[in-house]
Write a protein that binds this ligand. Sequence first.
Ligand code: ADP
Length: 305
Amino acid sequence: DVCVLGSFMKDLVASADRRPLPGETLHGTGFAEFLGGKGVNQAIAAARMGARTAIVGTIGDDRYGEEFLDLLKADGVDTAWVVRHPELGTGVGLPLVLPDGSNSIIIVSRANSAITPADVEAAAGLLTSSAVLSVQLELPVEASRAALQLASTAGVTTILTPAPVGPVDPSLASFVDILVPNEVEAAALTGLDCDDESQVPAIAKRLAGEWDLRGCVITLGSRGAYVLDLVAGIEARVPAHRVATVDTVGAGDAFCGSLAASLAAGATLADAVRLANAAGALSTTVNGAAASAPDRSTAQALLDA
Ligand code: ADP
């Protein structure tokens, strides 16, 4: 089974021809709403890849919170350990998208910021009986650490996506088995440049040494991924699948959710990365984040093609 500890973010996306000036009210050209947050995206991705999946996190006692519970239940994700905060509303993201596709985003974490180690410990039975725990860095670090420590001590395989990019609390390292940065995060963590393809193996080895990892997977966007499995002694460069990409938002989450599902089913890290590489590619062919994760048979078909 897969357990995901992570964020819930309702995105309210406005499009406009330009950014408003200070004091200005500007007419927008479009609006869309999406349910996301890395925690939700990864949990849905893992469930669609066939894993029995539960999510731990915090939402508000509000309409957006209800939307999340409905969405997760529709994909069979267990929401029994989702805490509803009595005062803080569900987290929101307010992206402004310009005609060239670039965006500016305001995030208000709200209920996500209220999750405590005690909330995590209440789910200890779930955390310690899962095969795989996947955690990102959108929640308070104390809660993330509590979950990683509980799971790691119980022998659960722990995956950390060090996103969003930024400094990472070094106290997390000893509880992480597999680190899955994208190229921006890998560069920020090491000061080395992933654009230089020849550097990628060295970056993975550096992270593996510093974090005392069992595996390091670097996602390389349209270039695919790189996997270093220190237990099996395998390293491999996995090229990207050529697909008709329309929206890369959520590709990393589809990749990580799929990776967690495969590992929970007993796959080797290299095989799990190959299927995740197909899942990540397929997610870019559909708009949205949580909604864009593929199911297992579609990902397997792309891998076998
Ligand atoms: P993030 O979304 O965190 O920035 P990446 O951009 O590295 O993560 O994407 C995650 C994975 O999704 C990649 O490793 C790759 O497997 C897949 N992927 C992303 N973009 C593309 C693309 N344009 N074509 C094919 N696969 C892609």
